[in-house]
Design a protein around this ligand. Sequence first.
Ligand code: ATP
Length: 285
Amino acid sequence: MTDQPAIRVRGLRKSYGSQVAVEDLDLDVARGECFALLGPNGAGKTTTVEILEGYRPRSGGEVSVLGVDPAKPNRDWRARMGIVLQGTGEFETVTVREIVSHFARYYPAPRDPEEVIAAVGLTGKATARAAALSGGQRRRLDVALGIVGRPELLFLDEPTTGFDPEARQEFWELIRGLSAEGTTILLTTHYLYEAEALANRVGVIAKGRMLEVATPASLGGRAEAATLVGWDGPSGREILSTDTPTAQVVKLSEQFGGEIPGLTVARPTLEDTYLEMISKAEVTA
Ligand code: ATP
C-alpha cells in the first residue's frame, strides 16, 4: 500500500432531477485494500460505483480514482481498472475461450486467458458458447473478463449473485488471491457474510449517505457489544445479554451440575449489526 489512496471521495453528490441519490459522501480506499459497500436497495451504491468507474457524471464533490478524476477518463486509466458488471449479454454465440482472449487484447499486460479461465473454474466450459452457460457460470465469465487485464483496481458489483455455495467459496479464494497480489478491490454485496469473508473494511450507505466505515468486526460497536448466552431452562428457552459470558456459563454450569442444556454463546453477527444500523437510519431519516 502506498500513501496515496486508490480511491478518494469528498462531499460526493448526485441528483437525478429533484431526487438526491448520493449526498455528501466521503470515502477512502487504500491501495491493496478490499473494501465492501453495503446498503439496502436504492441506497446509492451503484450510483457511487458508476461515478468512480467514470460511467456516470456527478453533481458535486471531489473524486480521485488511481489519481485521475473519473469525469475525465482516458484509455490508459481505464486499462488499469477491471469492472465486473451485473451480467452482460452481448456474446451469446462466441465461446468462453474466444471471449476471454478477445478481451485480453484490449490490455497492455493481460493475464494468460487460459489461466484466467482456470482461475474462475471454467476450464471444462472453455469451448462452450456463452449462451450455453448456467447463471453461475455466466457470472464467472463476467469475473474472468474483469480480471483478464490484470487490473490495479477491481470493481465487483454483487459478484456472487446466483452462485452455489461451493462456487462462492471458490470465488472468495480467487478474490483473496487477487488481494494478496496487491489488487485493490471495491465490492458491493447484499451478502453480509461475503463482506465479512473478504473485506478489510466495510462502508454502510443508506439514503445516499455513508453511515459508518469500519472493519467488519467493529462495525456499529460490534466488538464491544454484549454477548448473548442461551440455554434450555426448566420453563423454556432462556437468553441473557451479558458482558461477562464466561462467568455466566460457570454459574449456569454450577446450577445444572455440569453440562448446560442447549448452551449457545453468540456475539451479534455482522448482519444483526447492519440491520440495526439500517433500521435506526430509517427511523431518523
Ligand atoms: P441496489 O442495491 O438495489 O442495487 P443501489 O444502492 O445500487 O441499490 P442506486 O442504483 O445507486 O442504488 O440508486 C440510488 C437511487 O437513485 C435510487 O432511489 C434510484 O431509484 C435512483 N436512481 C438510480 N439511477 C437512476 C436514474 N438513471 N435515473 C433516476 N433515478 C435513478
